[in-house]
Design a protein around this ligand. Structure first.
Ligand SMILES: NC(=O)c1ccc[n+]([C@@H]2O[C@H](COP(=O)([O-])OP(=O)(O)OC[C@H]3O[C@@H](n4cnc5c(N)ncnc54)[C@H](OP(=O)(O)O)[C@@H]3O)[C@@H](O)[C@H]2O)c1
Length: 174
């Protein structure tokens, strides 16, 4: 399993509060849509429930990790990382689709060792009201930065942000 993490974080790697995102950057959302469309997105139940109307995102294969019997029309529910791995092998045997891990904090921590590439939008702001974090990837020596965008300014949120791309140096363990 070689997953691509895609998330947006504040400067302390905070990603959520009370089941919601900390901020929405319209450019970033468009980029997320472009990158993930026609591919596979993998999410925890918390993130699935935070999607508009708890509905799968269209034009993508949605896989939800949960031990519960959750309602989904087109999504695929798996109850363990082992079953996620089996499902991905079954539906994407030749790795023609990119397998994106889209959140949230809990699932990202559980799948950290399977992340091969990470696309993280980092905003130049520290939020004080945060309850969900991801690990600080700058402190993880197994990853290197392969690309950083120029600094961008978001008018609506009034902050600067950059798109970072990281790659795992050693092979993923799963
Ligand atoms: N900024 C961003 O880019 C971004 C992206 C996504 C989400 N978020 C934010 O992150 C927050 C949600 O994150 P979260 O940590 O609360 O929840 P989460 O990671 O989305 O979901 C956690 C749930 O996933 C299931 N799960 C996790 N690991 C599992 C495993 N190994 N096997 C089976 N099931 C597993 C469990 O569901 P069950 O309890 O049903 O078993 C667990 O309770 C929200 O605030 C959301 O807005 C932010």
């Amino acid at each position: 399993m070689k997953l691509t993490l895609i998330v947006a974080a504040d400067k302390n790697f905070g990603i959520g509060i009370n089941g919601d995102m900390l901020f929405y950057i319209s450019d970033d959302l468009n980029r997320f849509k472009e990158l993930t469309t026609n591919n596979i997105i993998i999410m925890g139940r918390g993130t699935f429930e935070a999607l508009p109307n708890s509905k799968e995102l269209p034009e993508r294969i949605n896989i939800i990790l949960s031990s519960k019997n959750i309602e989904t029309s087109t999504g695929i529910v798996v109850d363990s990382i082992g079953n996620l791995q089996r499902k991905l092998q079954e539906i994407n045997p030749k790795n023609e689709k990119e397998e994106f891990l889209i959140g949230g904090g809990n699932l990202i921590k559980n799948l950290w060792s399977s992340i091969d590439r990470a696309l993280i939008t980092i905003v130049d702001k520290a939020y004080t009201n945060v309850d969900t974090y991801i690990p600080n990837i700058f402190e993880d020596k197994d990853f290197e930065i392969v690309k950083i965008s120029k600094e961008r300014y978001d008018e609506k949120n009034r902050f600067y942000y950059k798109y970072y791309e990281f790659k795992r140096i050693k092979d993923v363990s799963l």
